[in-house]
Design a protein around this ligand. Structure first.
Ligand code: NDP
Ligand code: 8X3
Length: 260
């Protein structure tokens, strides 16, 4: 049976690395048409080309900064030059900055995290909804985190931002009830991407320590979950999916193998 995602229009934010890039390749392999955005346009174009090679009949990229309304609006104007409907919007752009306790937190980091993880999801959704409300079965899939469900030390602002994303998902689903538009969140635990490198502002040693002795989720594992969620039949909505690596029983309970 051909994939339900063949020729579907998929918009992915934050597709220049990690989950977003892996998702572009995975949806491409399903035969979907891709419109992807992020700030690092050269990397984005490379991902678009990889998705084309994977099988996407259309795979185009455009600069997008979800923390700026003007950039989101320009991006969606560009989307409209390709299609008048979106089948799947994946609000994935975001991440963490710093791991400071509240007492040492920096305004710049807090503001950045709320801009991308919370306001970015709101802005992108507002701009894309006119292309989705007359398209029953379309799907807004937000990328949340276990951090939106369980707090940890040093994560106050990031956990609050991802908890915000979860509540946006829940409120939007209520608002859109009756339109046929589905709304869900895919919430991964620890996954090895550029997430920690960004959080620790380029400190590679500190970033790699996060994953030491653990077999974390990969970007491809999360992309696989996104494809599965998006490919359910139109009357099925996966509201919330939580996925973690087997070594992470809970946010504070990690099994780390020591070196022999
Ligand atoms: P990466 O750092 O590898 O990818 C983050 C992506 O988001 C990049 O493509 C980046 O692109 C983009 N991005 C960040 N800020 C903006 C912005 N203002 N406008 C547009 N794009 C932006 O990390 P992940 O793939 O791991 O992260 C993807 C999502 O998954 C994030 O929302 C993150 O919070 C979440 N998450 C990550 C987990 C993990 O352990 N890795 C676990 C759970 C959730 P560019 O810099 O080019 O703009
Ligand atoms: C990323 C996972 O546990 O580092 O959302 O917050 S965690």
């Amino acid at each position: 049976m051909p994939s339900r995602l063949v020729n579907k229009w998929i918009v992915i934010t934050g597709a220049s690395s990690g989950f977003g890039a892996a998702a572009a390749r995975a949806f491409g392999a399903e035969g979907s048409k891709l419109l992807i955005g992020a700030r690092r346009v050269e990397r984005l174009e490379k991902v678009a080309s990889e998705a084309r090679n994977a099988g996407a009949p259309v795979s185009q990229s455009h600069a997008l900064d979800v923390s700026k309304t003007a950039s989101v609006e320009a991006f969606v104007r560009w989307v409209r030059t390709h299609t008048d409907k979106i089948d799947v919007l994946i609000n994935n752009a975001g991440g963490a900055l710093g791991l400071d306790p509240v007492a040492l937190g920096k305004d710049e980091d807090w503001e950045n995290m709320f801009q991308s993880n919370v306001l970015g999801v709101l802005r992108m959704t507002r701009a894309c909804l006119p292309l989705m409300v007359d398209n029953p079965g379309s799907y807004v899939i937000n990328v949340g985190s276990v951090a939106g469900r369980v707090a940890y030390e040093g994560g106050a602002a990031y956990c609050a931002a991802k908890a915000g994303e979860l509540q946006i998902t829940r409120a939007l689903r209520l608002e859109l009830c009756g339109t046929g538009v589905r709304v869900g969140t895919v919430d991964p635990g620890m996954a090895e991407t550029e997430f920690s490198l960004v959080r620790f502002k380029g400190d590679e040693k500190r970033a790699s320590k996060v994953y030491e002795g653990v077999e974390p989720l990969t970007a491809e594992d999360v992309a696989d979950a996104l494809v599965w969620v998006a490919s359910r039949p139109p009357h099925v909505c996966i509201d919330e999916m939580l996925l973690k690596c087997t070594d992470q029983a809970a946010i504070h309970k990690l099994h780390r193998r020591t070196k022999a």
